[in-house]
Design a protein around this ligand. Structure first.
Ligand code: G4P
Length: 528
């Protein structure tokens, strides 16, 4: 490889920070994202992300908004530049039903920002998302939001992180008062205070200080707050964990930042510290070992497929995380699963407002590839060898429904829709092995069924009916001789698209019984 190319890739990789914000709905993710984009100059008007936000309540609203916006509410990607860095934010929906999608998106991130509402502390959705990040061992940064409201004390929150999530934390800044009494935060790393000014807290003043005992704080925040701050920080100095970058990078220690996204308070310091501490694109595990981002050959994998990004064109977009090399528009790469060479001719990049055609991109970037139906979630693309990335978690479906088409004349379109939608990888299809010819769909979240019905109607003009079934577990059976009679009680034996046998069970007991009766079979949670 030429030195110039290698240097160029290295320089671009060093600049990049690709992360996801994880939180429970309502913690303020949309607000924080918007403030970050404002700093990066990616948007000019506050409210533009907010306006595009999906309704938190109804499915139908979600779909309407998805259509009107023409860009996905599920895991869209936003890119901006700030202080010499190129920042990619992966937006993950907080909606519980999209957890599978969210989990997949998290594999494309190199670090995560965990956003917590100061009054609510660690919530259910946060726990789930945290665990996925934990498993991947990526660094997690914590932003405690809504400091302008009364909430739990910082010590209580640190305790909660440790008790509920099992992670130690190190506060990077510390609030001076809280709620209506909030006067600012003390930055422990830079020895400076950020003070809220004015009754409406609209002005923010940054002042360097010698340490937290500095009289400047006393002058501005009053004796009571100053004394409280000294008391708390003395305790923290003695009893708290020291900052340790290795532990942060290993995901064992989370730096905490306090702030208030809606007031833009503490956001800039958070962003600047985060960019310094967060990792650049990391090597990715593949069948050829770890692939370094600076590897000269372009490679990446599809972590998400989104249909109907643009209502004017019935297009599908495959989201690709670039893992190594340099991407150029029009380049030919190998589609590893089917062994074909394909040309990446209309790649798109996602800014806050719009999609842009991208000419060049580097590891850590996410590009959207126009997908005429050739991609599946998990597909790897590679310039030279047959690298396959092994990044995506797969999930066992937990909700099942029999699908039928209302109008038999539409059978052809129905089959086409079924093939394409299940190909995308979010819905799994099974076929009965008994006397009746039944098609069964399996998903992880109920909303996926609703999206399926909607897309069948809108994209293929087919009305389908879904009849919920009482199965709760799917297990892929690996055995040389399978005896269907052993899967009769509260269970059924079906086949997946590739012809693998899968047993569906109504309850755990039925599953255990089948396992006991078939000691020579392997029961796998996902397809072999
Ligand atoms: P989400 O994407 O995580 O679901 O949260 P979102 O940003 O939509 O924020 C949820 C609510 O919390 C919003 O209020 C938002 O204004 C508010 N919020 C965000 N950050 C802060 C903060 O620092 N302090 C306070 N007090 N509130 C904050 P809403 O009433 O649902 O919407 P809106 O009418 O205010 O826009």
């Amino acid at each position: 490889m030429s030195d110039t190319l290698s240097n160029e890739i290295k320089k671009e990789v060093d600049k990049r920070r690709t992360f996801a914000i994880i939180s429970h709905p309502d913690a303020g993710k949309t607000t924080l994202t918007e403030k970050l984009l404002l700093f990066g100059g990616a948007i000019r008007l506050a409210g533009s992300v907010k306006a595009r936000k999906a309704s938190k309540h109804a499915t139908s609203d979600w779909m309407e908004i998805e259509k009107q916006r023409g860009i996905s509410v599920t895991s869209s990607v936003m890119q901006f530049d700030y202080l010499g860095h190129r920042v990619n934010i992966l937006d993950t929906p907080g909606h519980q039903d999209f957890s599978e999608d969210t989990y997949r998106t998290l594999t494309a991130a190199d670090s995560a920002v965990m956003l917590i509402d100061v009054a609510k502390g660690v919530e259910v959705q946060t726990i789930k998302l945290f665990q996925v990040c934990r498993k991947r061992g990526i660094p997690i940064f914590t932003f405690i939001n809504k400091l302008d409201r009364e909430g739990k004390s910082p010590f209580e929150l640190m305790e909660e992180l440790e008790q509920v999530l099992g992670i130690r934390s190190v506060p990077m800044n510390w609030p001076i008062g809280m709620g209506r009494e909030l006067s600012g935060v003390y930055d422990r790393m830079k020895n400076q205070v950020e003070l809220f000014n004015g009754d409406d807290h609209s002005k923010i003043e940054v002042r360097p200080v010698s340490d937290y005992r500095d009289s400047v704080i006393r002058e501005m925040a009053g004796d009571f707050m100053a004394d409280q701050l000294i008391e708390e920080l003395e305790l923290l100095d003695v009893a708290g964990d020291p900052f340790d970058i290795d532990k942060v990078q290993a995901g064992e220690l989370t730096p905490i930042f306090f702030g208030s996204a809606v007031n833009n308070f503490g956001v800039q310091t958070f962003l600047e510290n985060f960019l310094q501490l967060a990792p650049k694109p990391t090597p990715r595990v593949s069948t050829e070992g770890e692939i370094a981002p600076t590897d000269e050959n372009f490679s990446g994998y599809v972590f998400k497929i989104q249909a109907n990004m643009n209502p004017a064109h019935r297009d599908r977009i495959a989201f690709l995380r670039i893992c190594s090399g340099r991407f150029e528009r029009g380049m030919a790469v190998r589609h590893v699963r089917n062994g074909k060479q394909i040309k990446l001719s209309q790649p798109q990049q996602f800014l806050a407002q719009d999609r842009d055609i991208v000419d060049v991109a580097y590891p850590g970037d996410i590009i959207g590839l126009f997908d005429p139906g050739i991609f599946r979630i998990g597909d790897s693309l590679s310039q030279k060898s047959d690298i396959i990335f092994d990044e995506l978690p797969t999930f066992s479906p937990e909700i099942f429904a029999k699908v039928t088409v209302k109008n038999a004349l539409k059978h052809k379109q129905y089959q086409k829709g079924l093939d394409q939608l299940t190909e995308e990888g979010t819905i799994q299809v099974f076929y009965s092995t008994g006397n009746f010819d039944e098609t069964i769909l399996g998903v992880v979240g109920q909303l996926q069924f609703e999206v399926f019905e909607h897309r069948m109607r809108m994209e293929y003009g087919v009305e389908v009916q879904l009849h919920r079934m009482s199965f709760q577990f799917a297990r892929w059976i690996v055995d040389e001789r399978i005896d269907p009679s052993k899967f009769r009680i509260n269970s059924t034996l079906v086949k997946d698209k590739k012809g693998n046998f899968v047993a569906l069970f109504e309850n755990e007991y039925a599953m255990r019984t089948a396992m006991d009766k078939n000691p020579n079979s392997k029961f796998l949670e996902t397809a072999p």
